[in-house]
Design a protein around this ligand. Structure first.
Ligand code: HEC
Ligand code: HEC
Ligand code: HEC
Ligand code: HEC
Length: 477
């Protein structure tokens, strides 16, 4: 009954959108098929759009605002903070993400933030700019494959600056001449086609997901040319992507993002799979799009309705973002429901991360206790899988909201895998006469040291010590 009711309101909302879409206001005329903006088709500066679309531009400028919600929001802060995920410097040990890893914030800051992050160094490649700057489509066109692998600091950033680029801007999602929505990142189209999805004629509704799916996705850099590649050939679920990494990616020569410094395991790093998670979740399955919640219609200037270009937490705009479909519910109740989902989610995520930490240290002890290579490898397989399944959930941006049940299922998979590694290690360690009690105490000690270190950049240094020596091969000279 409640379900039917929601569907009725969903339909109503759709009708409202169609009706308001027909009453063309000044700002909407340019999106009509025949109209053109007079802008150059290669325009990449946000400011060039300002006078033609002042309302959308003004809305875009709201991305400067920084305010947090309970689990997300727009304040630039470290994911290592005590109320976030304080043990990540252990879990990413040996990789750049253990040095600095921040919460995301507004699109307007994308270029500033990539310049500032300590993970970008003199070896970083052009691909790192792909989801940040409006110059990227033009750099790809001009440089071809040399863009992806080009040196970030020396070549790519200066070229983008010389082009007068903007951080994530109008031209990334709109054709500057017609303002039609468009996809500008070729990796997205290639990956969708790898799954057999026809990209020649997407619907208007699809485009309201696709423009975001160019960037808010899991990816890796292809080993041949560093090209940004989405692992979607087997599907969008975390287990489909894992399967891809174990087959297609390995065949191409991509085995890992890094070797874990505690367990010596080849590990995959997951990145913000908002698109995949949303599509598999209840709203995605019901045809709701990213833009429905994150870019709702809003009334500005007292009367005109425009699409909001303030990409932020929809919990700040529930009246516009949710009430269109959930009009039958009290918004406070709905927010409570979201917060309960997120709270349960974060508890389970922390539990899965905790088991993963134990598994890494048990393997470290296997290595230093002279357990056979074969058993170590077997345990490492489980820890790799366990880490993938919590990380792909942790890297998603909505603290579980985009697919609550899916995230729970994935975290269970993660804990199961880590527990298999622990069980196997325990059997072998007991045979070697290792005291499990002492081992557990030593793990608590390193965790405490990481937690209590106040300098975020130094946290990673406490993850290994004399008892748990670092396992990463020394960097090649
Ligand atoms: C049904 C509504 C809904 C849809 C559809 C939806 N989201 Fe969200 N999204 C949310 C909510 C709710 C949050 C959690 C906000 C919070 O915790 O404050 C969120 C959080 C986020 C965040 C983190 C926001 C922050 O403040 O850090 C990002 C990024 C995001 N979503 C991207 C997307 C993308 C991309 C899509 C489409 C692929 C999408 N969302 C689809 C409701 C939605
Ligand atoms: C060209 C790449 C790109 C596209 C296209 C893109 N995003 Fe983002 N988005 C980013 C990056 C990068 C960040 C993080 C910026 C930072 O932290 O400096 C981000 C951050 C966000 C945030 C977090 C804002 C906050 O306050 O914490 C939300 C929400 C979001 N995007 C939603 C969307 C939605 C919805 C779409 C599609 C309509 C979309 N994005 C399209 C790259 C993109
Ligand atoms: C991340 C993608 C994205 C970016 C960046 C973006 N837009 Fe949009 N824009 C959209 C979406 C989605 C819609 C809704 C289109 C639809 O469903 O018909 C939209 C709609 C519009 C419309 C149609 C009228 C309206 O309000 O619905 C205009 C005009 C517009 N945007 C201008 C701009 C300008 C100017 C900029 C840069 C300051 C910009 N957009 C940046 C995604 C984007
Ligand atoms: C375009 C329509 C649409 C929008 C916008 C929308 N929803 Fe939904 N929502 C649905 C539909 C349809 C379902 C039912 C999906 C199912 O059960 O398969 C649903 C289900 C839910 C559920 C889970 C079922 C329940 O009743 O507890 C929650 C929670 C929820 N939505 C929250 C939100 C929040 C929060 C927002 C705004 C950020 C939002 N929704 C925006 C259509 C929408």
């Amino acid at each position: 009954m409640a379900r039917n009711f929601q569907w009725v309101s969903l339909l109503l909302a759709a009708i409202v959108l169609i009706v308001s879409g027909c009453s063309s206001s000044d700002s909407e005329k340019a999106s009509a098929d025949t109209a053109t903006t007079g802008l150059d088709k290669n325009e990449i500066s946000n400011e060039a759009f300002k006078d033609i679309f002042p309302l959308q531009y003004e809305s875009y400028m709201k991305n400067e605002e920084m305010e947090d919600t309970t689990y997300s929001g727009s304040v630039k802060r470290s994911k290592f903070d005590h109320d976030k995920e304080p043990y990540l410097p252990i879990l990413f040990n040996g990789y750049g993400f253990a040095i600095e890893y921040n919460e995301d914030r507004g699109h307007i800051y994308a270029n500033e933030d990539i310049r500032a992050i300590a993970r970008i160094n003199d070896k970083s490649v052009g691909s790192c700019l792909t989801c940040k700057s409006t110059a990227v489509p033009h750099l790809i066109e001009e440089m071809g494959d040399d863009y992806w692998g080009g040196n970030f600091n020396e070549t790519i950033w200066p070229a983008a600056e010389a082009m007068g680029h903007s951080p994530i801007g109008c031209s990334d999602c709109h054709d500057p001449e017609t303002m039609d929505l468009r996809v500008t990142r070729p990796s997205f189209i290639k990956a969708m086609e790898s799954q057999g999805i026809d990209m020649s004629n997407p619907t208007k509704n699809d485009m309201r997901n696709y423009v975001c799916g160019q960037c808010h996705v899991e990816y890796y850099f292809a080993p041949e040319n560093s090209e940004v590649t989405f692992p979607w050939a087997n599907g969008f679920k975390p287990e489909d992507m894992y399967e891809y990494y174990e087959t297609v990616a390995k065949d191409r020569g991509f085995n890992q993002d890094w070797i874990h410094n505690v367990s010596g395991t080849p590990i995959l790093k997951a990145q913000h799979p908002d698109f995949e998670t949303h599509l598999e979740g209840p709203h995605g399955q019901a045809g709701v799009t990213c833009a429905d919640c994150h870019m709702p219609y809003e009334r500005v200037d007292g009367k005109k309705k425009i699409t909001s270009h303030w990409w932020t937490s929809p919990l700040k705009t529930m009246e516009e973002s949710c009430a269109t479909c959930h009009s039958n519910r009290d918004l406070e109740d709905l927010e409570e429901r979201v917060l309960t989902i997120q709270e349960t989610h974060m508890e389970q995520l922390h539990a899965s991360e905790d088991i993963s930490i134990t598994a890494h240290y048990y393997i470290n002890k296997m290595i230093t206790s002279g357990v056979s290579e074969e058993k170590i490898k077997e345990a490492q397989e489980h820890v790799r899988k366990g880490q993938w399944f919590w990380d792909i959930v942790a890297a998603e941006s909505a603290a579980g909201f985009h697919n609550p049940q899916g995230a729970m299922d994935t975290l269970k998979l993660s804990s199961d895998e880590s527990n298999k590694a622990i069980k196997l290690a325990t059997e072998e360690l007991v045979k070697k006469g290792v005291s499990i009690e002492e081992l557990d105490k030593e793990i608590e000690k390193v965790k405490k040291a990481v937690y209590e270190e106040t300098d975020n950049f130094k946290k990673k240094d406490h993850a290994t010590n004399d008892y748990f020596p670092p396992q990463q091969p020394a960097p090649k000279k």
